[in-house]
Every structure is written in structure tokens, then in C-alpha cells.
Design a protein around this ligand. Sequence first.
Ligand SMILES: [Zn+2]
Length: 309
Amino acid sequence: MIKETAKQIEERFSQIGFNIPISEIESRLDKLVNEFKVPPEEARRSVVNYFLKEYNIPRGDFYIQQGEVPTIKVSDITTEGKWINISAKVVQLWDNTHESIDQVGLIGDETGTIKFNKWAKAELPPLEEGKSYQFKNVVTDSYQERFQINFNRTSQIEEIQEDIEIGTQEVEFSGVMVDIQAGSGLIKRCTECNRALIKGVCGEHGKVEGTYDLRIKAVIDDGVSVQDALINREVTEQLTGITLDDAKQMATKELDQEVVLIKIKEGLLGKYYSIKGPRLDRYILVEQISPIPPMEADKVDALLTQLEA
Ligand SMILES: [Zn+2]
């Protein structure tokens, strides 16, 4: 039984180009099953996971789908390791932090949103924020107790005309804007992958020209907890009265991008705001932000002082 399983595992790894000594697989299986009394199926999964991690192999490359791949919605994703088809809109692309990943961010449909990973090795077309796609042959996964979807080499991505509506739970948060973080203000994004550039350099594509964007990464404090907020260009323009064009002009005039951030900080820091939008991990993606009148803010302050007393 163990020998058989070990052979299957060894063969599958070999098919995708990794030669793992069968003795190593066998001894791990043996230990789990015979010493730790782990059920065989679980032992198998655990051993496979071990080598996937050890050799940095995307799960989707190892597990091949069986039978027809179901087309499902975001809210139907309740297990990892399932092959699915899904139509979704790219809600947001995040700053990439790992070289094995080509693009990372959030996609969603009317039932909710979910994180995605597009592996660099998958060689798939670049995704753009705000566009809707049909994703075929993608794999569900979980990371730190949250579900996500991985796009691998066998996945297909096709842009669709339909504008998928995102259904997410909106939350509200009110407090003082206590910080505006680095990477706010006038920024540049890579023209290829949309990542924010750091000093003109894309984590994936190196030194590139890039295109300008405007955003604010704010921290809001309600006296009890702090909340990170991401404010996109549209909302930033409304809030600050500085359009992307204004910002570019300011930066050109002063020969410094930082002037925009300084101006934004002057205008917003220390003021009370109420924000509204979908929550995403530690962020609220701000769709609406409105200043709280100082009178009301004073009342909140007084209330807080009373509570503390
Ligand atoms: Zn790039």
C-alpha cells in the first residue's frame, strides 16, 4: 500500500519534471502511517504537500483535474485543491512581493471577492483592474486560513465584455486620519503589470517608464482601533480636489513627486472622516469618504473622554 502510493507520487512528480527519490517519499509515508497512525489519504496529501513546498512547486502543477471542471461562484469556494472555472472581475492588483508570482490581487463576482495568485511560470496574459474575465482551469487553494485561487500553466484566461458586478459587504468606519503611508500621492505603475514602482523600478520588470496614478494609503483611528484604508484615484481626486493632472503639474513644477504627498498630508491628516466600502483583509477599499463636521467630531471626543473617565 505504501509502496504503491509512493510510486504514484514519484511518477507524478517526475511527469512535471521533478525527480524525487522514491525512498524519501516512502520513508515519509511510512512514518506518518505506521508511526503516527495518520489515515493513508491524509498521509499522502501531507507528503505531497511537503515536497511541493520543498521544491517550490505550485500545487496546481501537481494536481490534475478529473472529469469536467465545474463553473462556480466565489461564494461556492469552500475547499482547497479543486479545479474550477469562474467568471470574475479584477477588483484590485496588489504590489507583488515574490518573484514566483506574476500578478496577485483580488477578483470578485456578485457573491464576493477572493484573492488570486498568477504564477510567473504560468505565462498567462496580464490582467487589468476593472476588467472582467473568464478563468478556466484554475485551482482553489488556501493560505493562512483564507481561500484563494491560483492560475497555473494549464489555466486559460479570456477577457469578457460583461461587466461583472462585485457583491461585497460594505463596512463603515469613522475616526481621525492619523497617518498617510509611503506609496501614497502621485505614484507610477508598471505599464506591463500595473504594480506600483519603487523609485522607478518594478519588482518584476525592472526599470520601466511607468504611468502615473494617484492613491492614498491612510490609517484611521477611532480611539479604539486603527483601520487601514485604500483610496483610489477617483476618490482621492474628489477628496483632495487635486486631479491626477494637477498632481503631475505640481510634480513637474517642483521637480519632485513628494510635493503631492506633502500637500495631501497637509489637507487630510488630523481630520475626522467617515469611510465606507468593502473590507479586504486589513483594508477598507474606500468608495465613499466624507469629512465629519468638527462639531460632531468634538461631540465624539467628548463622548470618548466621558467613557474613559
Ligand atoms: Zn511590471
